[in-house]
Design a protein around this ligand. Structure first.
Ligand code: ZN
Length: 78
């Protein structure tokens, strides 16, 4: 690495997530860094752990689809 062109590099910078999870990263800021989502709570990473949320959304979607299908059926009977 050339000196003077790189920002100070901090190792093991503490990252604190609003979910309570703490982990360390290497970063160019001293930290601690506060984040709103982390690998422990972000749905993109925790597909399984947040299934309740995902299911809730999915169920709502399926319920809407059922209602639409029922309405279409009712309209078809007329
Ligand atoms: Zn988190």
């Amino acid at each position: 690495m050339k000196k003077g062109i790189h920002p100070t590099y901090y190792e093991d910078v503490e990252v604190i997530c609003i979910c309570g999870n703490k982990f360390t990263v290497n970063a160019a800021v001293p930290g601690p860094i506060k984040v709103e989502s982390c690998p422990a709570c972000h749905p993109a990473y925790t597909w399984e752990r947040t299934t309740t949320v995902v299911k809730g959304r999915m169920e709502k979607f399926l319920e809407k689809q059922k209602k639409i299908e029922e309405l279409q059926k009712q309209q078809g009977k007329k």
